[in-house]
Design a protein around this ligand. Structure first.
Ligand SMILES: [Zn+2]
Length: 428
């Protein structure tokens, strides 16, 4: 073994594919990669490797949030104040995520391309946080709520041009906004912003440029059109029926339901002209339909990815755990939920051969937590150590007090953190 070798051992290691713990194993890390997971006895005693003792903690792959906006602020005009605050949010959020054991983020949209700069700073290690894959501004047809204003494109040529420009400006993947439901009327009434042909054009162009495509879908007709056009990821997808789920499974379309986010008051009321009572009714209707969509997808064998979708506020530290709990309420086992937050999310990124598992050839993103998350997902809220690319970025093994302070805002399941009064545009 070389001098750059690190061993992580001293606790059960998760086989995320099988959903089981491997006792007495050691994760061998070299040059940022997992080279092997072996029995501890297979590791020579005489080794100059750095040894990290999990001290009874559970060892699993770093978590991947498949839908999280690092820079959450949006508003009418991208003035200096808004941009500055969004950048500060991005830095704070990135730090919170890595402290929460999230080592990779799929960021599906930011109003400005500065998000690609944050991605580069994270990659360079100048900003503490997860690895990020960023879409930047979303491509959307005219008529979408102004709060979502990103890149407006109408007609095939404009859509093709918008996709090209975002990809060449640095987008890792292309994100389309296809539809919203209307909050204060029948939920099935869906506002469509891109037609079938425009979606097909966007997907074709993105794939030509080597980029995957995700899309914000709420009503089923938009989701059907998106899947027919060959999108790679359905985000939110409030309404997925059994035939559509079957097609998604066949095509390998990944589903990022963001169940929990759609149940939070923030999502339901911010920017929407509805009262709290209406929000409650909406939640009830959307919640049931949304949950059924997840059940349909699971039944059909669709790959589920875990996305917390924190918008409009800096997320609490347990935001992804909340989504995993919501997924288990919709029928996933805890093992399924952990798979969604690792390999599932990696699949959404097209990185399933490189991220989301502790096995040979995978990036050495390692999380050590107190307790068994297969028994209780809340154990994910007690990280002791977080490694990204073979480097330890968070280590709370020796400092119980700091660890407790860090996690003080966990446990309620509510986004406890700052909710800022904002200049949100109303949706009408
Ligand atoms: Zn989102």
């Amino acid at each position: 073994m070389s001098a750059t070798t690190t061993l992580v051992h001293g606790g059960p290691v998760l086989d995320v594919r099988g959903g089981t713990w491997r006792e007495g194993a050691a994760v061998v890390v070299e040059n940022g990669y997992v080279t092997q997971v072996v029995g501890r006895e297979a590791v020579p005693h005489e080794t100059d490797a750095e040894v990290i003792d999990a001290d009874g903690g559970h060892i699993l792959p770093g978590l991947i949030d498949a839908h999280a906006h690092l820079m959450s602020r949006s508003g009418v005009e991208a003035d200096a104040d808004l941009i500055t605050r969004s950048v500060i949010d991005g830095v704070i959020t990135a730090r919170r995520f890595i402290e929460s054991g999230i080592t990779t983020v799929r960021d599906p949209g930011c109003k400005h391309r500065g998000i690609h700069t944050l991605r580069a700073e994270l990659a360079a290690g100048r900003v503490l946080g997860p690895r990020a894959f960023t879409a930047g501004p979303n491509v959307v047809g005219s008529g979408a709520p102004t709060d979502w204003r990103n890149v407006f494109a109408d007609g095939n040529d404009a859509v093709r041009r918008a996709v090209r420009l975002e990809r060449l400006a640095g987008a890792d993947f292309i994100k389309l906004v296809l539809s919203h439901t209307t909050a204060d009327s029948d939920w099935s009434l869906c506002l469509r912003y891109l037609g079938d042909e425009e979606i097909a054009t966007a997907v074709h162009e993105a794939h030509l440029l080597g980029a995957r495509v995700g899309c914000h879908c709420e009503g089923i007709d938009a989701a059907r059109a998106a899947v027919a056009a060959g999108v790679d990821v359905i985000d939110h997808g409030l309404t997925i029926d059994a035939p559509l789920a079957a097609r998604m499974a066949r095509q390998g379309t990944v589903y990022v339901p963001t169940l929990w986010a759609f149940r939070t008051e923030t999502h339901l009321t911010v920017g929407r002209t509805i009262t709290e009572d209406q929000a409650a009714v909406y939640e009830e209707r959307i919640g049931a339909v949304h949950e059924q969509s997840v059940r349909n997808a699971v039944e059909a064998g669709v790959t589920i990815a875990a996305g917390s979708d924190p918008i409009h506020w800096i997320p609490a530290r347990d935001v992804l755990v909340c989504e995993l709990e919501a997924l288990t309420a919709a029928g996933l086992s805890t093992a399924d939920a952990l798979r969604a937050a690792t390999l599932g999310s990696a699949t959404a990124l097209g990185e399933q051969d490189r991220l989301g598992s502790l096995e040979t050839g995978y990036r050495a993103d390692v999380l050590v937590v107190d307790g068994d998350p297969l028994a209780d997902l809340r154990a994910l809220g007690r990280p002791r150590l977080v490694m990204k690319d073979g480097r330890v970025l968070v280590d709370l093994r020796d400092d119980k007090k700091a660890s407790e302070a860090l996690w003080a805002d966990i446990a309620t399941g509510e986004p406890a953190s700052e909710r800022q009064p904002e200049i949100w545009l109303r949706r009408d």
